[in-house]
Write a protein that binds this ligand. Structure first.
Ligand SMILES: Nc1ncnc2c1ncn2[C@@H]1O[C@H](COP(=O)(O)OP(=O)(O)OP(=O)(O)O)[C@@H](O)[C@H]1O
Length: 247
């Protein structure tokens, strides 16, 4: 089976930042965590692979199909959520959904109602009446309601209380069990220690490594970088920080 996502030699230059030659593959039915410090380039990668910003170079395929040639079809199979929902702040959720669902041929009202219930969301409210965490949950509900085969989520757990975070990770586990693939960025590396199958680590626009979690941890341990993702990141990034500080 082809990878759910294949990214080859992706580059994107902003005036003061360069995402440099990033390559990774997400195996179908697996969960990948995208990690890196603030400003490392995670959101730029996620937006580039969705063609929300235009990369300078790189080849992106989903399920073996080129994004450029099949964007409309591929986007029907992807659920994307970045941060909280900010559009139509004064419209009731049920109204927003009536508009949103027209964009998706696979929209499934039963699944939508299921996740409204799972996340205890009231569709009579407007986004401006939701807490930040509830907005994240609404965004995810929308992403999950068109039976996407692949979820691409930018910091989906930020703003969630610890219980909601664990509930969301349960949802991820359940979706993986149904063969879905998930790529998500997060700063909560302990969630990835438990849930991720693979890790893609970005440092200052460059790929440190993209590997399955077990190999990643083994390699880092053999380099005395630590035994979990947080230790590894802190050790790796602090070395760089010390070098800057002392030169
Ligand atoms: N539209 C833009 N124009 C210019 N520079 C940008 C733009 N978007 C992002 N950048 C720059 O690209 C770099 C990477 O930003 P990005 O949002 O991808 O980082 P990130 O890893 O997602 O960070 P965080 O963890 O803080 O969300 C930053 O230096 C940022 O200033």
């Amino acid at each position: 089976m082809p990878p759910a996502i294949s990214v080859q030699a992706l580059s994107k230059t902003y005036p003061k930042f360069k995402l440099n030659n990033i390559s990774f593959e997400l195996e179908p039915g697996t969960i990948m965590g995208l990690i890196g410090r603030n400003g490392a380039g995670k959101t730029t990668i996620l937006k580039s692979i969705l063609n929300l910003v235009h990369p300078d170079a790189g080849e992106i395929t989903y399920f073996g199909q080129s994004l450029i040639d099949n964007e409309m079809d591929i986007k029907q199979r992807i659920g994307f959520a970045a941060g909280s929902i900010n559009y139509y702040p004064k419209k009731k959720i049920n109204h927003i959904i009536e508009v949103t669902k027209q964009f998706y041929s696979n929209w499934d009202d039963v699944t939508y109602r299921h996740y409204l219930d799972v996340f205890s969301l009231d569709e009579q409210k407007t986004p401006s009446e939701l807490s930040e965490g509830m907005k994240v949950k609404l965004n995810l509900t929308i992403a999950l309601s068109h039976n996407a085969d692949l979820l691409i989520l930018d910091e989906p757990t930020s703003g969630l209380d610890p219980v909601s975070r664990v509930e969301l990770l349960d949802v991820f586990g359940y979706l993986k069990g149904q063969g879905k693939s998930i790529l998500f960025s997060t700063h909560i590396t302990s969630d990835l220690d438990k849930f991720a199958d693979s890790i893609t680590y970005i440092h200052a626009g460059n790929l440190v490594t993209s590997d399955n979690l077990k190999n990643f941890l083994q390699t880092a341990a053999s380099q005395n970088l630590g035994n979990n993702l947080e230790e590894i990141m802190v050790n790796y990034e602090t070395e760089d920080f010390h070098e800057k500080l002392t030169h």
